[in-house]
Design a protein around this ligand. Structure first.
Ligand code: NZQ
Ligand code: ZN
Length: 387
């Protein structure tokens, strides 16, 4: 096991009565900015519940944070923060609103000339306005981690950043808020959380049986409750288990003491930046191809995963069967697993390969994924699904 430090200060308030108790987490004199997305919280009653819970506080609002939050939009929120001397932000939404809020929190106190530099210049973020979260879409784990992914419309770029000062002070996880999710967003969330686990687990053996079993338990739970919650959207227990699985998949626990991969995410982000494909969906369209291309270096873990998670044994326990099981799981959720299913062709992916070449990135747990390997992965991902 590698040496590690583990720190996670996020207070989780889990359950269907927790919104009403948000006030207890706040300072009575706080000037609070509510941040939210395109309006789902107004349609499903979440907005009204939160307004009621904050009725004794000074509250300002910034709505309209779009999926894959844009720097251009977030900078408008920074103005609202500064103009109103906001000292606490409450993010209400999925990964996009939470990530956007992390950027607003950091950019509002940034002393340099352009906060975009936080994303591209590896600047250490040392100050941020404190913020809390009400999660409405289980998927990213952003509610319990300190990272964020921000896009820029102008340049079609998508970059991540993070800092220990960007952990939420608290996160409300109320499974009833997810009842209104469209099925494809639930499916995206299952795929995203599944691949978060795989990015930390599907590498090489590192004498880490407890982390492996944490990972395998989350994968098994997603396989069990994911399809059921799609069929029974208002089943509280299924939504609760789905929600907690997603949070646990990316709160720092699984990556303790192990070497992580994250290549699928780095490649997937480009498909969101260039073609606007939903984050979870990009991962499902890249991962089967990546696993096929890298099946030799990842062989030991593929076999462990096939045996423990999918229950394969004997002659059935082959890398090919394990990869097919994974791809078919995504397809059973209604998610496409091939880039050609989005109408993409070789010439469409060429600018993405070129970006990896220019950046000179070497990705993956072995740093063996350069732009040529990315090209080979994408070539496989463009092939039609085996019928
Ligand atoms: O904007 P509204 O109207 O609220 O609608 C949203 C949005 O259109 C809708 N939605 C959310 N909750 C709902 C709901 N609709 C009905 N009922 C509800 N309860 O869902 C749509 C998608 O929301 P979004 O927040 O974009 O989805 P997700 O949570 O998948 O977040 C994706 C973003 O998170 C980043 C991704 O790159 C992407 O930008 N990620 C963040 C990570 C992190 N911070 O750790 C890790 C991830 O790997 C990921 O990269
Ligand atoms: Zn993700």
């Amino acid at each position: 096991m590698n040496n590690f430090e583990f720190f996670n200060p996020v207070r989780i308030l889990f359950g269907n009565d927790k919104i009403e108790k948000i006030g207890m987490q706040l300072n009575p004199t706080d000037r609070i900015l509510m941040t939210y997305g395109g309006g789902s919280i107004k349609k499903n009653g979440t907005y009204e519940r939160i307004k009621a819970a904050l009725s004794n506080f000074s509250v300002f609002e910034f709505g309209g944070i779009e999926a894959n939050p844009k720097y251009e939009t977030l900078m408008k929120a920074v103005e609202v923060v500064k103009k109103n001397n906001v000292d606490f932000i409450l993010a209400i939404g999925g990964g996009s609103v939470i990530d956007g809020t992390k950027f607003i929190a950091a950019a509002s106190l940034y002393e340099g000339s352009d906060p975009w530099d936080l994303l591209i210049k590896n600047i250490v973020v040392t100050k941020a306005i404190p913020f809390g979260v009400v999660l409405t879409l289980p998927a990213t784990g952003s509610e319990m981690n300190s990272g964020a992914v921000i896009s820029r419309l102008e340049t079609r770029e998508k970059y991540s950043f993070g800092s220990p000062v960007l952990f939420p002070k608290f996160s409300v996880l109320d499974p009833t808020l997810t009842f209104s999710l469209p099925p494809h967003q639930v499916a995206n969330g299952i795929a995203d959380a599944f691949i978060h686990v795989m990015e930390q687990y599907m590498t090489f053996p590192s004498d880490s049986p407890i982390q492996d079993r944490f990972s395998e338990s989350i994968l098994q739970t997603l396989i069990e409750v994911g399809p059921q919650t799609l069929k029974n959207p208002s089943d509280y227990s299924l939504r609760a288990n789905f929600m907690w699985s997603c949070t646990m998949a990316l709160n720092g626990l699984l990556s303790t003491g192990v070497t992580t991969d994250w290549a699928t995410h780095m490649i997937g982000h480009e498909f969101t930046a260039f073609f606007g494909i939903d984050h979870g969906a990009t991962l499902a369209a890249v991962y089967p191809a990546l696993l096929t291309e890298l099946q030799e270096p990842k062989h030991e873990k593929i076999i462990q995963y096939g045996s423990r998670v999918w229950g394969l044994s004997g002659a059935d326990l082959t890398a090919r069967n394990v990869i097919n099981k994974t791809e078919d799981f995504f397809r059973s959720l209604g998610i496409k697993t091939r880039l050609c299913e989005y109408g993409l062709k070789q010439e469409d992916v060429a600018p993405i390969v070129e970006r990896f070449r220019t950046r000179g990135w070497k990705l993956g747990e072995r740093k063996n994924i350069n732009h040529e390997v990315v090209e080979a992965i994408l070539k496989r991902a463009l092939e039609p699904y085996r019928s």
